[in-house]
Design a protein around this ligand. Structure first.
Ligand SMILES: [Zn+2]
Length: 130
């Protein structure tokens, strides 16, 4: 199952340029590890930090998530499956030593950057250069 995913949404672009302005370099739209099929929107390979930008509808944002009225039951299951998969991917990556950030599409990029940048710098600094 693949969630319909557009690349380069305005939110992703804004976040990427905010991170770039902080001097960070990263991969875009990559599987953090081959075992998972979910691509993270931003991946810091050496720091092992993965950032997922989650759309408010597809990932059931608490503020803007809705269930369409038509085919309500189908949508409910579909959206629940998405949430479960998000949780599974986050748990798997965390268990492998990755730090996962999930950023809502409605979030102000600078706010997300404030959370992400110190973590990337700290993890990059503390790791050996392997
Ligand atoms: Zn939202």
């Amino acid at each position: 199952m693949q969630v319909t995913k557009r690349r380069d949404t305005p939110c992703e672009l804004a976040l990427r340029s905010a991170l770039h302005r902080k001097g960070l370099r990263f991969r875009v739209d990559r599987n953090p590890i081959p075992r998972i099929r979910s691509r993270a929107d931003v991946v810091f390979v050496r720091a092992r930090v993965a950032v997922f930008v989650d759309g408010c509808f597809w990932h059931s944002c608490p503020q803007h998530g809705t269930v369409p009225k038509a085919n309500r039951r189908w949508w409910r299951d579909k959206l629940a499956a998405n949430r479960e998969r998000d949780a599974r991917v986050t748990a798997l990556l965390s268990s492998l030593g990755w730090k996962v950030f999930r950023v809502w599409a409605h979030e102000v990029p600078e706010a997300a950057t404030t959370r992400i940048v110190p973590e990337v710098r700290a993890r990059r600094g503390s790791r050996s250069k392997s």
